[in-house]
Design a protein around this ligand. Structure first.
Ligand code: NAG
Ligand code: NAG
Ligand code: NAG
Ligand code: NAG
Ligand code: NAG
Ligand code: NAG
Ligand code: NAG
Length: 304
């Protein structure tokens, strides 16, 4: 009888412990998985505290816009925008400013593959601080006009020597009567691309038009400004949700504890709750049932 009583007490204590430990973890496990996974800031290389509209590192894609996925596997945070990979220099959430520098110009003015810098309509745009510089490749050697703000440079592309040329001005009228010479010379070049630099970098390139100065300017980067349903995200966050993007519906999604909404957790649900939310009898619930049964059994035995 003494033994039975002891066993009963032990079971009752275990029952209490399980009940106590079970409650908070069960609320967590029943939350929408997207709500749980999004909204946590992450570090990506040197860039600290990254969040919506960016995804990357361990943050799932659905936590950010599909075009704004960061690659954090390298030492540098990187982003690939329409085939070109950029080093991310800074992310400013106040001004929605993404500062980047082209990786292909990190060391060399002659990249293997020539691609124009491009923005993404409706998502990434240039800012008024961005100034374009035109770089030409595969030009006729030794006949380049000698002009201010411009320079000829040697290029070795895939072991083939060639001539390159750049001019930091877009309006050739500053060259007066030489403008037409420049135009006809540039027509001899096989390829051309345009690269943006900041206004401050352009000023330095204009006063010292060398390849070294140009490379320095390119590596100082330039800015994109993003638009990623920012008002929806503000609304979502203030209603207790986490911002995200549904790639299937190609629309902003506000992840709430009990499932996604269009833009606010106060709205009625847009879709069925995630499968994990409907997870029925959990392990701890089963244990709880087992111990309750044990307690009942003890009580019955004692009264018998
Ligand atoms: C964007 O960020 C860069 C780097 O922090 C800064 O130099 C630039 O002025 C910013 N531009 C805007 C429009 O805020
Ligand atoms: C992109 O920026 C330019 C000015 O820098 C502005 O004129 C244009 O309207 C912007 N486009 C979009 C889609 O915001
Ligand atoms: C421009 O071209 C003309 C004729 O092709 C030539 O006589 C002149 O020297 C050139 N000027 C410069 C600055 O190269
Ligand atoms: C570089 O040269 C190699 C050997 O000549 C060739 O196989 C390769 O396709 C070239 N690459 C490019 C990008 O031109
Ligand atoms: C880059 O853009 C310029 C200006 O739009 C164009 O003339 C040039 O052909 C483009 N270059 C490439 C490699 O696409
Ligand atoms: C999100 O932005 C896109 C393009 O800017 C727009 O077409 C769409 O309606 C926006 N969605 C929401 C929910 O605001
Ligand atoms: C995207 O929307 C579809 C259709 O509403 C839904 O089935 C899917 O679970 C959603 N995905 C995410 C990641 O929200």
């Amino acid at each position: 009888m003494e033994m039975q009583h002891h066993l009963f007490a032990t079971r009752f204590i275990i029952f209490l412990i399980i009940t106590f430990v079970h409650v908070p973890s069960s609320t967590y496990a029943n939350d929408d998985e997207r709500y749980v996974n999004c909204g946590n800031l992450f570090d990506c290389g040197d860039i600290k505290g990254v969040g919506y509209p960016f995804s990357g590192s361990n943050t799932p894609d659905y936590c950010g816009h599909p075009e704004l996925k960061l690659d954090c596997s390298d030492q540098d945070a990187e982003i690939t925008i329409q085939k070109l990979t950029y080093k991310v220099l800074d992310i400013n959430y106040q001004s929605r400013n993404l500062s980047v520098a082209r990786k292909d110009y990190a060391e060399n003015i002659c990249p293997t593959l020539l691609l124009n810098t491009t923005w993404i309509p409706n998502t990434l745009n240039y800012t008024s601080d961005d100034q374009n510089i035109a770089i030409y490749y595969g030009c006729l050697p030794q006949v380049a006009p000698t002009l201010p703000y411009s320079s000829e440079f040697p290029c070795t592309k895939n072991t083939t020597a060639m001539t390159g040329y750049f001019t930091a001005v877009s309006d050739f009228s500053v060259f007066g009567s030489s403008a037409s010479n420049l135009t006809s010379y540039l027509a001899s070049c096989k390829d051309s691309i345009e690269v943006p630099v900041r206004q401050s970098a352009l000023a330095k390139i204009l006063s010292t038009p060398t390849v070294t100065q140009l490379l320095e300017g390119l590596n100082e980067g330039f800015d994109f400004v993003w638009s990623a349903n920012d008002t929806s995200c503000e609304e979502c966050k203030s209603s207790g949700g986490k911002c995200g993007y549904n790639q299937t519906t190609a629309a902003f999604s506000c992840y709430c504890k009990d499932g996604p909404r269009e833009s606010s957790c106060q709205q009625s649900p847009t879709a069925a709750p995630s499968p994990t939310a409907a997870k029925s009898p959990s392990m701890s619930s089963c244990l709880l049932l087992f111990f309750s049964a044990g307690v009942t059994l003890e009580v019955n035995r004692k009264t018998a």
